[in-house]
Every structure is written in C-alpha cells, then in structure tokens.
Design a protein around this ligand. Structure first.
Ligand code: GLN
Length: 277
C-alpha cells in the first residue's frame, strides 16, 4: 500500500521535517502547488512518488537546503533557480536591494541610465532584483565561479532581464570602468564561526574569506573608489556584528554619508557610503 498525501506528509513530520518544507518537497515531486496538496490530501501516491518524496525528506533531514532540493528560491518577488554552485539567496539580502532601489529612485534619480554592478553575484539575485525593479538601470554582475555565473546567466535569460554577466574576481573584468552603484554580498563569515558548519552544503568561497571574515569587505572598501562615479554609492552586506568595522573601512577609504540598513531581525546588516569623487 502506498501512502496518501496526508499520510506521506505526516510521516515526514514524524521524521522531524518542518511542515512547510514537507509540503514544498511533496509539491515538487508531484509538480503541484501547496494548495493542491491540501485539496487532495486523501489521494494515494504512486510507489515512485512515495520513494522520490522519502529520498528528498532524508536529504532535507540531513541538512541539505530546501532550495537545492527543489532547485529554486524566491527572492525579492522573483523565482530564481539555484544549485549547490551558488549561495542560497537570503531574505536579509533583500535589505541591500531595497537600499539600492531607494537610491536609484532618490539621490541617483537624476542619472538617466544609472550603472549598477553586483560583485560576487552567485545566483544573480541582487543584480536581477535591481534590473527587475528599476528597468532604467544598466546592470552588470561579476562572479569568479563559472558554475555560479552559468546559474545567474540562466536566471537572467529565463526571467528576460538584461543583466551583463562577467567572469572574474571582483573588479578584474571591469578595469577602468566607473559605476553609479556598486553592490556586494561578499563572503563574510569568520573562519572559526561555529555557524559555518551548518552551512556545509553551500559553496565555502561564497560564505567565508577565512580569517576574521572581513578580508573581502576590506578589499572592496579599498578598491571601490576607483570604480565609482562622483556621488556614486558603495553598498555592502556583512555579518550582524560587523557594521562598525565596515563603517570604519569606508570612512578610512574616504566615503561620505556612511550609514547602515537593518535586516528583518533588526541587525545592522548593510553599510554603505557615497563616493565624493
Ligand atoms: N548571510 C549568510 C549567512 O550567515 C552568509 C552570506 C555571506 O557570507 N555573504 O548564512
């Protein structure tokens, strides 16, 4: 006897899975939305469906991110495809996008085709969200991982968003170019942060630069001025306890109006500044 939808979901819960995760995994196996599952909870699964669901539940229980198991993740109103080659986009990073959009619609609104670059784009989340919400912007993005860049490029193509993608390390493919807005969610977790162990399914190079976790942020703060238009902004995402350190880096590099934005948990998650030029 194969289980019904309801029985399969209950078995997953008994294994310790979150209710929503179980529904999303079963919906993925059946190619149906959550609402459909609820309306059909007495329907039996086929043996193949039951087996596929059990396999995904075991992987989820072992810590694989849900986004990798279903192959996608919502970010800032977009459905992005993801693979283990890219960091799973986090809701915290929407804070960075919202700040960028605020500047594009405010202080930078007089620039007719503002140029924006997302460094270390991963799945393309930041670049694509900005391109989606501010069509006048000219958006480019860089990643040092070819596998990540392929995920990002495919997302751009599927969503019909015209981001220009570059393979390379930080500003390397952008020699001599200046932007109105430089954005980055770089690796920032310290090498000895116990939190890192729980993120073992995600690419290490997207999570930590090693050491105290500040190396990439330091590098970006020091090198961004050469790639910013006068009056352009650098916005950086960082760890919950790194806001003062990043503000000091931006101050030392000569940025003005250094300020912060808070994430959903109320932590100062992003720090940015204006390049006086
Ligand atoms: N915000 C992620 C986390 O702590 C880390 C992302 C990053 O290092 N850029 O899980």
């Amino acid at each position: 006897m194969t289980p019904t939808i309801d029985q399969a979901l209950q078995a997953a819960r008994a294994q310790g899975l979150d209710r929503l995760d179980a529904q999303l995994l079963l919906g993925h196996v059946l190619g149906q939305a959550r609402a459909w599952l609820i309306a059909h909870d007495g329907d039996p699964l086929t043996a193949a469906q039951a087996e596929a669901f059990a396999g995904l539940c075991a992987r989820r229980a072992a810590g694989e991110p849900l986004a990798y198991l279903v192959g996608e993740r919502e970010f800032h109103g977009l459905t992005l495809q993801v693979s283990p080659a890219v960091l799973v986009p986090r809701p915290d990073t929407e804070t960075l996008v919202d700040w960028a959009l605020e500047l594009l619609g405010g202080e930078l609104a007089d620039r007719p085709a503002p140029s924006v670059v997302d460094l270390g784009t991963g799945s393309g989340a930041i670049a694509l969200a900005v391109a989606h919400r501010h069509a006048a912007a000219h958006v480019e993005a860089v990643d040092t991982s070819l596998d990540a860049l392929e995920v990002a490029r495919a997302n751009g193509r599927r969503l019909g968003l015209p981001v220009v993608w570059h393979l390379g390390s930080w500003f390397e493919p952008l020699a001599g170019r200046r932007f109105d807005l430089v954005l980055s969610n770089p690796p920032y977790i310290a090498a000895d942060d116990p939190h890192l162990a729980a993120l073992g399914h995600e690419p290490t190079q997207a999570l930590t630069p090693g050491g105290d976790g500040l190396d990439s942020l330091r590098w970006l703060a020091a090198h961004a001025p050469a790639h910013l238009q006068p009056g352009g902004w650098l916005l950086l995402e960082h760890g919950w306890d790194q806001a003062d350190a990043v503000a000091a880096m931006l101050g030392d590099a000569g940025f003005a109006a250094v300020s912060h934005r808070r994430d959903l948990a109320g932590h100062r998650r992003c720090t940015g500044g204006r390049w006086p030029g």
